[in-house]
Design a protein around this ligand. Structure first.
Ligand SMILES: [Zn+2]
Length: 107
């Protein structure tokens, strides 16, 4: 899986990610935007676009946005790393992975 595929895969996980947070995606839920104190559930899962959209504040989130909010991560690279971890994604031959011990001498 390469990074593009991983990104699509992660976005496809939005519904299950929301469900894992205890959210029923079949009906509107409380807005996930921390800056929007949502008294009436006004966010809903948009199946066609694979996004969570708030009709009150206009927030429009994909899985990566919500992971960033949940874990307080703002750096997009770090959000990706977290998503890979959450969804057990293995990026083959990842250039950005310097921490693993898979150094090959015969490149
Ligand atoms: Zn909102």
């Amino acid at each position: 899986m390469d990074r593009e595929q991983a990104r699509d895969y992660i976005k496809d996980q939005l519904e299950s990610y929301l469900t894992s947070k205890g959210i029923n995606t079949r009906k509107p839920f409380k807005c996930l935007n921390p800056a929007h104190p949502d008294k009436n559930p006004s966010m809903s899962y948009d199946r066609k676009r694979n996004k969570a959209h708030c009709f009150s504040c206009g927030a429009d989130y994909d899985t990566l946005d919500i992971i960033g909010l949940d874990y307080g991560i703002t750096d997009s690279g770090e959000i990706f790393k977290k998503a890979y971890e959450l969804f057990n994604i293995d990026i083959g031959g990842g250039r950005m992975e310097h921490t693993h011990k898979n150094i090959q001498a015969d490149v």
